[in-house]
Ligand binder design. Structure first.
Ligand code: ATP
Length: 247
């Protein structure tokens, strides 16, 4: 595993909890944490990550493919090592992008709370973590394991996906969490009572979804310009989606 994309070794983590994440330089202060199924990763993911990085002044965006996404229990997902390989290929050209295999190396369902706790331990309190996610994922946050415990651990940056009405209100939060937040002066940012915040970003809307790409590949249709060509070549070479039932 190359140092640039190695991610976090679960084995090492157990014995050296305060060691830095491999591939993340010591002087890094702000990291965007971008989790997803990435089945496969596409230009919609990459463009949002790049714009969030720029708007938030992040040193790096850390892509974290989920091993076993708890919110997609009924879907057949491509094996994690293939999704990780595709994310690494997609991130390879951007010096500000990093990839972590932390969720893949951990056994059991990929809960974000476990990942954030682990990153926090590993990186120390001085590094600012920002969880990056689309509005569709944010709307479901109330169903995530220990979701209220996420907010003190990291800032959150949310962007709308194409076709979604822009809604920047506290009403997007699960009812039980609303009292933990108030509005910042700009009326856009929500401030958590521990000092972290939720920001709503405007990013270039690329109407691309992994499910559409899977469906095209399954039917032998072109996916050119929807995902990086190295990812397309990998998926084709490995025959990842061809002939699979798409869900
Ligand atoms: P699927 O179509 O299989 O549901 P997906 O394309 O939504 O997959 P995920 O891996 O589930 O991809 O998404 C990971 C994160 O990326 C989520 O926070 C999601 O909101 C965001 N995201 C996915 N596609 C886009 C896109 N085209 N534009 C902006 N955000 C996106």
């Amino acid at each position: 595993m190359s140092p640039r994309s190695a991610g976090i070794s679960a084995r090492k983590h157990a014995v050296t909890s305060r060691k830095r994440t491999p591939g993340i330089p010591r002087d890094v202060r702000r990291i965007g944490v971008f989790g997803g199924t990435f089945d496969p990763i596409h230009l919609g993911h990459l463009r949002c990550a790049e714009e969030a990085r720029e708007q938030l002044g992040l040193d790096h965006v850390l892509f974290i493919p989920a091993a076993d996404p708890p919110h997609k229990p009924h879907r057949r997902i491509i094996p994690a090592h293939h999704r990780l390989a595709m994310v690494k290929l997609a991130a390879a050209g951007n010096p500000r992008f990093r990839v972590s295999s932390i969720e893949i190396e951990r056994s059991g369902p990929s809960y974000t709370i476990d990942t954030l706790r682990s990153l926090r331990l590993r990186l120390g309190p001085a590094v600012q973590l920002t969880m990056l996610l689309g509005l569709d994922a944010f709307r479901d946050i109330g169903t995530w394991k220990e979701y209220r415990a996420l907010f003190p651990l990291a800032d959150v940056a949310v962007w709308g996906r194409p076709g979604e009405t822009r809604n920047r209100s506290r009403g997007l939060l699960p009812v039980a969490a609303r009292a933990d937040f108030c509005y910042a002066k700009n009326q856009i940012t929500l401030l958590h009572n521990t000092g972290t915040r939720i920001q709503f970003l405007t990013v270039t809307a690329l109407d691309i979804s992994a499910s559409d790409i899977r469906s095209r590949l399954q039917r032998g249709r072109s996916v050119r310009y929807l995902l990086p060509s190295a990812v397309e070549r990998y998926a084709t070479r490995e025959g990842l989606y061809r002939g699979r039932a798409v869900s």
